[in-house]
Write a protein that binds this ligand. Structure first.
Ligand code: MG
Length: 406
């Protein structure tokens, strides 16, 4: 029975009591080819439910990943009120547990088609927190719930994880770049991604040669231009990079310049990666249709909480598969536990890690280890934020009741 102490067990339907959000500064000194992160913030969301599980209040958490600023205003004025105003039973699945897909439909009411970036991030962050709550209510890791819902999961409970490094720092030397990459190798990573486009081309070529030398082969190295290049520069870099035989060339062009993507894909023989800055299934469909992406090699990198959340991400994965891409070519952006749950649940190519870059807003549980490029999935209920102590401290401040049955 419901009481002010909450409800334990399966026999009662689950209710959302409150949804809180707060903006938190990320504080990073890093810079890519386009911008620095000195003002970057993220929205942390807590979905407080009436459900108790193992004596603890079920609270779902998420944050809007890295690279997009906090987005509390549309959450407070539109998406949270819509969820709280809905008849509670309309938000539940057949087991009486919160159903994020039904919640997504409620949040999307009275939204005009198009203009997705304005709402895909706030909706997606809340939706991801709802998944955390739904998995915790079942006592399941989120990757296991996603595998059950969308399949097929990951054999052996391990996923491939590469390191996103090679950021531009003031006064950096080639030896600094080599030493950074050696540290990543020593930490267990096999594949390394480095930023590109922040220096003149000849200096960038030396930098990449140094990284390839440490990584042992071009196929262990990806580069990321963060969408910075115009046509001339994209082709100059494509020509410079081609002999390295890199694992992929990420965002060689602005994210929506599909015609330029098509030209690059027609001329650059090795894989390119993109889609971390696309915010709807239609945008990704257009990248595939008009950007000339090659289903036998190119890499898709949608960020799940930034693109309407995990249910929409699963739709995008299914769409890419129907277009001939394999799940092994999908590496969701983010470098966090939310993307990791998607990789494990949907059986994708892998995830990225940003050790030491974004403070608590990147990385995995405190006990996560990468060995020969592979990382074990966490077996905590939900997304697993409770195992990432620095991040969970921020989350618990937003919803102290998560740590108790109160
Ligand atoms: Mg990128």
């Amino acid at each position: 029975m419901a009481s002010d102490r909450g409800v334990e067990g399966w026999w009662n339907t689950m209710r959302i009591l409150e949804i809180r959000e707060t903006a938190v500064p990320i504080r990073s000194a890093m810079r890519n080819a386009v911008f620095d992160f000195s003002e970057m913030t993220t929205s942390v969301v807590a979905v407080i439910t009436d459900r108790l599980r193992d004596g603890r209040r079920v609270v779902g958490f998420a944050f809007n990943a890295t690279g997009r600023y906090a987005c509390g205003e549309p959450m407070r004025t539109r998406f949270i009120p819509r969820l709280l105003a809905a008849a509670p039973d309309t938000l539940l699945d057949a087991d009486g547990i919160i159903d994020p897909e039904r919640c997504l439909a409620v949040m999307s009411k009275r939204e005009k088609p198009g203009g997705d970036a304005e709402r895909a991030i706030p909706i997606g962050t809340i939706e991801t927190a709802l998944w955390d709550a739904a998995a915790k209510a079942r006592g399941l890791p989120l990757h296991a719930l996603l595998a059950r819902r969308y399949g097929p999961g990951t054999p052996g409970g391990k996923v491939f994880c590469y390191v996103g490094g090679g950021w531009y720092l003031p006064g950096q030397t080639l030896d600094d770049v080599r030493n950074e990459m050696k540290r990543h190798r020593d930490a267990g990573y096999v594949m390394i991604k480095t930023k590109v486009g922040g220096l003149p081309l000849a200096e960038d070529r030396e930098r990449i040669a140094a990284v390839v030398e440490v990584a042992g082969a071009g196929s262990n190295v990806a580069v990321d231009a963060n969408g910075a290049f115009d046509r001339d520069r994209a082709f100059a870099y494509a020509e410079m990079l081609a002999p390295f035989g890199l694992r992929w060339f990420e965002e060689p062009a602005p994210p929506l310049d599909f015609a330029l993507y098509a030209e690059i894909c027609a001329r650059y023989p090795h894989p390119i990666g993109s889609a971390e800055n696309l915010y709807s299934p239609q945008d990704v469909a257009n990248l595939i249709r008009f950007g000339g992406l090659r289903p036998d090699r190119d890499i898709l990198q949608v960020d799940p909480p930034q693109a309407y959340g995990l249910a929409t991400f699963a739709r995008i994965v299914a769409m890419a598969e129907a277009a001939g891409f394999s799940r092994a070519q999908i590496f969701p952006h983010g470098g966090n536990l939310m993307s990791l749950a998607c990789v494990g649940g949907l059986g994708l190519g892998g995830c990225e890690a940003y050790p030491g870059v974004f403070g608590p807003f990147a990385g995995y549980t405190d006990d996560a280890r990468v060995e020969d490029g592979w990382m074990r999935l966490p077996d905590l209920p939900g997304i697993g934020f409770e195992g990432q102590s620095a991040l969970y401290a921020v989350m618990r401040e937003l919803a102290p009741e998560a740590a108790s049955g109160m």
